[in-house]
Ligand binder design. Sequence first.
Ligand code: SF4
Length: 634
Amino acid sequence: MIQQRPITDWLPITKKELDKRGIDQLDAILVSGDAYVDHPAFGTAVIGRIIEDEGFSVAIIAQPNWKDDLRDFKKFGKPKYFFGVTAGCMDSMVNHYTANKRLRSTDAYTPGGVSGFRPDYATTVYSNILKEIYPDVPVLIGGIEASLRRVTHYDYWSDKLMPSILVDSKADLLVYGMGDQPLREILRLLKKGVPFENLRTLKQVAFLQSTSEVLPKNKNWETKELTNHEECLRDKIKFAANFKIVEVESNKWQADRIVQKVGDKTLVINPPYKTMNEKEIDQSFDLPYTRLPHPKYKKRGSIPAYDMIKFSVNMHRGCFGGCSFCTISAHQGKFIASRSEESILKEVDEVIHHPEFKGYISDLGGPSANMYKMKGKDEAICARCSSPSCIHPVICNNLDTSHKPMTELYKKVDALPEVKKAFVGSGIRYDLLVDDFNKNNEDGNHDEYIEQVITRHVSGRLKVAPEHTSDATLKVMRKPSFKYFHKFKEKYDKISAKHGINQQLIPYFISSHPGCEDVDMANLAVETKDMGFKLEQVQDFTPTPMTVATVIYYSGVHPYTLQPIDTVKDKSDKLNQRRFFYWYKRENFKFIRDSLNKAKRPDLAEKLIGQKKTDMSNRKRPEWLEKRRKMDKK
Ligand code: SF4
């Protein structure tokens, strides 16, 4: 159990632990908006372990109090090299507020699930505090909040465009995307004595410099200039056009450096690293994590995000789906970084030996469960490609979508005597498994995969995400036509029937997405009703920083075509779209009937909820009935 391990198995988070290790001055100090969970699914733990692995001393200030005399920020004193700052695993605003901007009452990354342990815009708040207390110590920011706010972006919560987070945070350097590779390089250079302010020719970092300064030299990089921040404030279309450049460059093998003027500074974003190879990603997962929350939290209750993943294993990073509303490829990249089978099985073994393990692995997954080991057949073609998605609008001929390595790995885990069941809890890209959409199923390995999943890896319900039924909305979402979901369901039902298995298929949907109108929602309700679904896994679109959909939401145009696309923005309009998910609730009947009558689609209301009696009274009575009534009156 937690108590049986020496405290030195964790990275230190208290002064007492530091003293125990005999450390006077730390090399680096991490400040995080999350509680410290020493597990590879938690960014702060990964970064801390990498720093340690490179031979530096490091401690974590987890969820410091930013409202008192700031003693938490001072408890370890001044680090020798830098402070590393992150808001945590989520953008702090997404963590704090619902899609309707209501304050959430819980926080999955805090012991007891208690909210209120990190500030809004946590990266900026922490970084400013550190700059105030230790003005001469460099601050390095990273994590999803910093990464996706690295350039002019729309902030839904303040409803305005914000400049690169480097401006408000006053940080010295920003690492975007997954930090493993740039961080190791930063540490190696610091060890060699390179001053922090000279770390400007590294890949995957961003920084501000004076507009009068010459850009750091790197003969391998071309440079693309974006429309400056102030011009973006004046012209939404220019902001939208900027986004296309940022997205394309983030997903390229050989990307360009991006620059953007903001006030009297130039923002410089160096190109990203090439996707991690197997050895590199294994190295990050094989670090000596305890896989447990720090014992200090013992009395404060469990950490919900940890409870969710403590028996799960992440097999890869990245996603080539490129969905408009999603930030995974913007942060983790379009190319898949897959772990070796050996590294995954080693982690499975660690899960098996977790003191609370009862035989069930909750997820053998990834951002999209079934992309493990997938990549271009000819990587030379990928090296020249600039498409933001490998599977939209069609599946690229060059994409190897073999599900064989996954199926084999699932079988190996399934065969372990200690494992009663190993579930696939992450969402599955069903479209990859539909032959009409993905022609690349020559040897039937896709069918073998679904059969393996249905028979051995579903915990009663399989999650898939068609996200909508309207082809027009799906196109904006960069998702395939809903007809392929029907095809998948046919396959799913057939295999389930063959094995006498009755497991629910749970489709996920989004309302209020750019391009989605009330009638689309009504059609969604009718179509899913006809298929026998009573929807539960639904969400309202949230415009998070740096997605295509967010740019459309703010600018009113698609960043690639600059053609107009409408989005419902008003709170009540958004709620109304949501009501179509719950068409079966009596309190929504009147709204559904009225809005569809107004849209001249009473037929959809009829299909959903039938006609109301009062409406029947308006129908013209047959002639014989009218005559009879008149006679009766006489
Ligand atoms: S060539 Fe095809 S598989 Fe390779 S990156 Fe481009 S879209 Fe993806």
